[in-house]
Design a protein around this ligand. Structure first.
Ligand code: ATP
Ligand code: MG
Length: 579
């Protein structure tokens, strides 16, 4: 294709609202334009890259035995009510009422719909296993769309769903998808890590997340220094801290007046103490139940771990009335003392149990207590009391004795074993060999197509622009004529362009009548991996320049050799990626 016929609106200025390199470069290189918060129009270059990514995903899914289908974007709310996710998905779900008063959902994902399909069509073990996938738009009304297409409100997802007769078969499907994901991300030129993940919203057990480490990633991944354990922060388990040496003769608890000081920071400043000396008491509601979680002041509660501790049923921070009823005080003054008698679960983080002495809320408005000794002033065992891991890992923590390190990353895909969470509620059943009715086991497997594109840019760019991996570059080769007004240059460039096309290479010809400097700047910005430069002097000598975007230096080739050399380079670049 010729640049002069394409809409490639490159811009010099960094857009004001673009915080991360991929967002800035996707706008500057003319790949896309913003329509509204979290929605984007893909222009020719951007869409070509997305099509290439979808092509790779499709090839690998088909090779792994999955079958492509397409499900509607508009889904009836009733299906979501049957699984209870109408509530669980919350505000992130885009809903609308149709003209007949029926509630609909704009697909944020498709477990419900695919399970409905399976419930209707699968009835015998002979039809299993089956793996159905689609590549389609998904809609999520994200609380804060940001970082361009990394967190948008409308995006393209590949979602696959396996239906299996037994756990061994689910394991096979899960592995097939896991392996296919490894090939997909490798073929897209991404350096990724695989971490254990919490199955979260999806329910069930067993999940891995594919993450591209980079500074702008919103996910935090945690691994041991030797790499034998890796998990995301939601999942990463931490060893109990060593018990602090006990302090001889801690005096009895003593109330301190802390007027209006309801936050850890405020109390610390007032008492000249450190957050790690504080004991924080969080009150949750889980339906009718009240749950109290006790953490060290400097630690953060891990909601996934809390949910797991409560048997998979999420708890929400209690409302003010409940907090007042349970603690007898205003928000910010709860303490663990006397709680075991009042609540359904008293969950105490290991780190609190390891404290020798601390400061807690007094269960009395405007008061804290000091000299609180875990085990003496509140129980560490009992019917409703458990000491366990309910916090996020922090620097210095260990997992099975090994030190943990932390990295930011972008989640590009995730695989889950779902078990019967959806199939049991939506009636996806089959008759087994003995004629007995069984519920299908399920797995689900998602990839963010747009996130692959943005992550590839995040990890490979420089001050001048994008450095695409060849497999997902909008074009493989760029032919740049330095003086398009010169007849011989134009003719030579055109001939090389035509020959590259004839040999099935994916070529963009920058035939614009612009200064060489402008064309080179644009070439670097859009990041096509191989560039052939056809200039006046070279042409007189029968030569052209060939340059890889990622290298500083170029090489010279005769006009006759140029096409063969480019072909060879393309082969090398693919071989590097595909290994
Ligand atoms: P996150 O935790 O980042 O919100 P998620 O775990 O909710 O993502 P999944 O439901 O697992 O996402 O969706 C599958 C894939 O879809 C993700 O791995 C991610 O690559 C992509 N994805 C999810 N939400 C978005 C979004 N708002 N914008 C772009 N891609 C997204
Ligand atoms: Mg996920």
């Amino acid at each position: 294709m010729k640049w002069s016929n394409l809409l490639i609106p490159t811009v010099k200025e960094v857009p004001a609202d673009a915080e991360v390199p991929s967002h800035q470069l996707m706008i500057r290189a003319g790949l896309m334009r913003k329509l509204s918060s979290g929605t984007y129009t893909y222009l020719p270059l951007g869409w070509r890259t997305l099509l290439k990514i979808m092509g790779i995903v499709r090839e690998e899914m088909n090779a792994a035995g999955a079958q492509e289908i397409l499900m509607p974007s508009v889904q009836p709310m009733e299906l979501w009510q049957q699984t209870g996710r109408d509530v669980a998905y919350g505000e992130t779900m885009c809903r609308f009422k149709d003209r007949h008063g029926r509630m609909n959902v704009l697909a944020p994902t498709a477990e419900e719909v695919v399970t409905y399909v399976a419930a209707g069509e699968i009835n015998s073990y002979k039809q299993l296993p089956v793996n159905l996938y689609q590549i389609s738009f998904k809609f999520r009304d994200e609380f804060r769309p940001r970082f361009g297409v990394l967190r948008s409100r409308e995006f393209i997802m590949k979602d696959a769903y396996s239906f299996n007769a037994d756990p061994a078969s689910l394991e096979v499907s899960y592995r097939q998808m896991y392996d296919a994901y490894c090939r997909i991300f490798k073929r897209c030129g991404l350096d990724y890590v695989i971490v254990e993940a919490e199955s979260g919203e999806m329910g069930g057990s067993g999940s891995h997340q594919f993450t591209v480490p980079c500074d702008s990633g919103e996910d935090i991944i945690v691994h041991t220094e030797d790499g034998t354990y890796a998990a995301n922060i939601e999942k990463a388990g931490v060893d109990p801290l060593p018990k602090q040496p006990s302090v001889a003769h801690v005096p009895p608890m003593e109330e301190i007046h802390t007027p209006h000081l309801g936050s850890i920071e405020a109390v610390c400043e007032f008492l000249q103490s450190r957050p790690e000396q504080m004991i924080k008491t969080l009150i949750f509601s889980q339906g009718e139940n009240v749950v109290v979680a006790v953490l060290r002041g400097d630690h953060e509660l891990n909601p996934e771990k809390l949910t797991q501790a409560l048997g998979g049923k999420a708890a929400e921070l209690a409302d003010e009335a409940t907090i007042r009823r349970i603690s007898g005080a205003a928000v910010g003054f709860a303490g663990p003392m006397g709680m075991a008698e009042k609540v359904s679960h008293l969950l105490i983080d290991h780190a609190v149990a390891a404290m020798a002495v601390g400061i807690a809320g007094a269960n009395k408005t405007d008061y804290h207590v000091k000299n609180v000794v875990p085990g003496r002033d509140f129980p560490l065992e009992g019917q409703k009391v458990r000491v366990l891991d309910i916090r996020n890992a922090v620097e210095g923590d260990r997992h099975q004795g090994k030190k943990l390190v932390f990295k930011h990353g972008i989640e590009v895909g995730q695989v889950f074993k779902l078990g019967t969470k959806y199939s049991s509620k939506l009636g996806a059943k089959f008759l087994d060999e003995s004629g007995a009715e069984q519920v299908c086991l399920m797995g689900c497997y998602g990839i963010g197509i747009n996130r692959i594109m943005a992550s590839a840019i995040e990890i490979r760019n420089d001050n001048d622009g994008i450095i695409w991996p060849i497999s997902i570059a909008p074009f493989e080769v760029l032919v740049t004529s330095v003086n398009q007004d010169d007849e011989e240059v134009a003719r030579t460039a055109e001939a090389i362009y035509q020959e590259l096309c004839r040999q099935n290479m994916d070529v963009l010809f920058d035939d614009r009548r612009l200064r060489g400097g402008v064309k080179f700047k644009d070439a670097d910005l859009i990041g096509i991996p191989i560039r052939i430069t056809v200039g006046k002097r070279g042409v007189t000598e029968g030569k052209v320049e060939i340059k890889l975007r990622r290298h500083e230096n170029s090489e010279t080739a005769t006009i006759d050799e140029a096409v063969a050399r480019v072909k060879e380079l393309i082969g090398q670049l693919y071989a590097e990626i595909n290994g």
